[in-house]
Design a protein around this ligand. Sequence first.
Ligand SMILES: *[C@@H]1O[C@H](CO)[C@@H](O)[C@H](O)[C@H]1NC(C)=O
Length: 220
Amino acid sequence: MEAKLSDRAISTALLFLLLAVCRSDPNPLRDFCVADLPAADTLTSNGIPCKPPSAVADDDFFFGGLAVEGDTDNALGFNITRATVSEFPALNTLGLSMARIDLGPGGVNVPHTHPRATELVLGLEGRVLVGFVTSSNVYYSKVIGKGELFVVPRGMMHFQFNVGRSKASFVVAFDSQSPGGVGAPLAMFGSKPAIPNQVLAKSLFADEALVATLKAKFGN
Ligand SMILES: *[C@@H]1O[C@H](CO)[C@@H](O)[C@H](O)[C@H]1NC(C)=O
């Protein structure tokens, strides 16, 4: 009987540990902690200090940036407008953030991952193919339109692609104030300093000339 109880205690403890590990950002310890971004630049701790509450006003809790359409006149037909803690300091310690993405016809948000957040995609305009690949190498995807949702679990490699004839836009919500982003093409070919050509050639079953060509497109 006692052994059973302690088994239960252990599994309960493990469950709480699992929940703690699966959480995104840590819980806040106060109502708000509007980020003092300039102060953060001089710190090396895991977090951003707060503005004094006496210096906080209504405008700190407001961000109008996502109302503005991004200009997609570029090679990818893509524009992102972020509302993470860096652009919207009131999100500090609150464990969430958003971004708006505009895509011209054929525009793409290239394959990338967010190391610190699950992503919820909400269609605003047009038709967007959203896809991700799991750690078991399974590809899941869906075309979404206005008002429709698609969720990309944390850390999964994913992309968005405008499959319509006109412009498309969507917003994404993250369960982190700072989801981070690692773009696959840039990480592979555009890192500073660069990954050695031999490593990429061997990894991609390609010759080094092709690797050099791709690197040149990403500034290497
Ligand atoms: C994104 O859109 C904004 C607003 O139109 C513009 O200022 C910015 O240059 C665009 N960025 C890119 C990479 O095209």
